[in-house]
Design a protein around this ligand. Structure first.
Ligand SMILES: [Mg+2]
Length: 252
């Protein structure tokens, strides 16, 4: 288990992992992906629109009354010409999430978990599979999600908001691997190296989830909340319900 004390060295190690963007996903067939899923020793879940039904940054923008501006920026970012980090930076500049806003947001917005995720995580953990939450979202907003799912907080890899002493927004921790476009790939590479996982499966709805395979050994596309056509097309196995994943486990 990782203690908070180990975080600085962990960040250093993660940052030194290759920054090269994986250019293609592994060419596994659906049946090979299913087999990898049944045999996985580590599963990494994306959070926004995967474990949770919504996108935390959009919800936070709504809460701050900047929904429209942030949505416009997200759309521009998705059309390209902006790095993941720039898009994150600019959206947060619009939202200006101070400490009080984040605390109130968390208190008033308990996690909206996707149907079946609790059962799925429970199944995996009872099989001894390590479960991680790997997200481009924020640690403080994801912690209640992890608590609800019985996932230790040290198994969260996400971005960290920074505040000035008076609680005002002061940016985010740019040393966190997840603040990069290929951050999820870096986290998985780190986990494999650190814990010796042999069969890591990434589950998610987005392009950055897909890009984490490799180093992940398999990718499963999830479309229960949002279907991203490019991700669906590139996924050897695409599910719209977590019950499909539970069912597959019972075949092992
Ligand atoms: Mg997502």
């Amino acid at each position: 288990m990782l203690s908070p004390r180990m975080m600085p060295s962990l960040i250093r190690q993660l940052s030194s992992v290759s920054t090269k963007m994986p250019c293609h996903s592994l060419n596994l067939s659906e049946s090979q992906t299913r087999a990898m899923w049944r045999a996985a020793d580590c599963v990494c879940f994306d959070v926004d629109s995967t474990v949770c039904m919504d996108e935390a940054i959009d919800e936070l923008a709504k809460f701050a009354g900047r929904e429209k501006e942030v949505a416009d920026l997200t759309e521009r970012a998705m059309k390209g010409g902006m790095t993941f980090r720039e898009a994150l930076e600019q959206r947060l500049q619009l939202i200006q999430p101070d400490m009080q806003m984040v605390e109130t947001y968390i208190r008033e917005n308990p996690p909206r978990l996707s149907p079946g995720i609790e059962e799925l995580v429970g199944h995996l953990q009872s099989r001894g599979v390590a479960v991680y939450l790997v997200s481009g979202g924020f640690q403080s907003i994801i912690e209640p999600v992890a608590t609800e799912l019985g996932i230790p907080h040290e198994n969260i890899f996400a971005n960290q908001l920074k505040f000035y002493f008076n609680g005002r927004y002061a940016g985010f921790e740019t040393n966190q691997p997840t603040s990069n476009q290929d951050g999820k790939a870096r986290v998985i590479q780190y986990l494999k190296k650190k814990f010796g996982y042999q069969r890591v499966v990434m589950v998610g709805d987005g392009a950055t989830d897909l890009a984490a395979c490799p180093p992940a050994d398999a990718f499963i596309g999830y479309g229960g909340n949002q279907i991203r056509e490019k991700v669906k097309a590139a996924s050897p196995w695409f599910v719209e319900s977590f019950s499909d994943l539970v069912k597959e486990l019972s075949m092992a």
